[in-house]
Design a binder for this molecule. Structure first.
Ligand code: GUN
Length: 291
């Protein structure tokens, strides 16, 4: 029987700490941290995520803005808004919700975000800092996974970690965070042959493949920490993970459920990134690691 990691509870504790820190920063700087979210188009899942981000930011006492733009917004108009956000004093961090409509080039958009306000950690500057092991803003979901591992008492140092998935926002930064924490890391993906032979080596298995039910007991070493980043919508409208929870749970040492595992952590870490962005920006130091 695995320890089931309660992401809701861990996220609640993180948000509690952020609310306290927000009150302190408000005293110190005379204003709260400011977070903006940009949503283009009317993807229903994105609309829910953005509403949740807005609510979470308000609950911890941030200044929170959401810019909702119609699907036919031109790339140029979007880039103009990002320039405004780059200059806005009251905004410490912002993100553009993905995916974007097809006529907009996501790479051009990400490159337009000022690295010091890049709370998604997606700009080349922040991604480079992670690669080099320098301080900076890291993508939220992989940071959330690291917090969950810590909460379960799993130290990656010296362990075999396997990350399934190689996206810029989860798989690749996840692998680098684990590497930085001393794990021996393998990245598996859709072209990996004999996936189960690779994943069975893992003491820590992080699955971010975006394929419902991809991972079963045949993929898992007994006692492993299994972290499921999958958020697949089933035909019944229910959220399904990449891991077949009921089959893997009896075998794992600890495991995250979907929903209620990694999902709640992403927003909590977004808030923490915004706090850090404010502190770095406000320290007005030329040595600031994020400017
Ligand atoms: N869409 C789904 N997850 C994310 C995320 O973490 N950041 C952004 N910008 N878009 C997303």
């Amino acid at each position: 029987m695995a320890q089931i990691i309660d992401g809701k509870e861990v996220a609640r504790r993180v948000r509690e700490g952020i609310a306290e820190e927000t009150a302190r920063l408000r005293e110190q700087y005379g204003r709260p941290p400011g977070l903006a979210v940009v949503l283009v188009g009317d993807d229903p899942a994105s609309a829910v995520y953005v509403r949740n981000k807005e609510r979470a930011a308000q609950e911890v006492g941030f200044h929170s803005e959401v810019h909702r733009l119609p699907a036919e917004t031109t790339q140029q108009a979007l880039l103009q808004l990002l320039e405004q956000l780059n200059r806005a004093d009251e905004i410490d961090g912002y993100l553009v919700q993905l995916p974007l409509p097809r006529h907009i080039d996501p790479q051009a958009v990400v490159r337009a975000i000022s690295p010091e306000k890049d709370v998604d950690g997606l700009t080349p500057v922040q991604a480079g800092r992670l690669l080099l092991g320098e301080p900076g803003l890291r993508p939220c979901t992989p940071q959330g996974v690291m917090e969950l591992l810590r909460s379960a008492g799993v130290d990656p140092d010296g362990k075999e970690a396997v990350v399934v998935g190689r996206s810029a926002i989860v798989g690749k930064p996840m692998a680098h965070l684990l590497l930085g924490a001393g794990a021996t890391v393998t990245i598996a993906h859709s072209h990996t042959r004999k996936l189960e032979e690779v994943t069975r080596r893992a003491d820590i298995l992080v699955v971010a493949a975006g394929r419902a039910g991809l991972v079963g007991p045949e993929h898992v070493k007994p006692g492993a920490a299994v972290i499921d980043v999958g958020t697949n919508r089933g035909e019944d409208g229910k959220l399904k993970g990449d891991v077949r929870f009921s089959e893997v749970e009896p075998l794992a040492g600890c495991i995250t459920p979907v929903p209620g595992g990694v999902g709640p952590m992403t927003i909590a870490l977004l808030l923490r990134n915004c706090l850090e962005a404010m502190q770095w920006r406000s320290s007005a130091s030329s040595k600031s690691p994020v400017s």
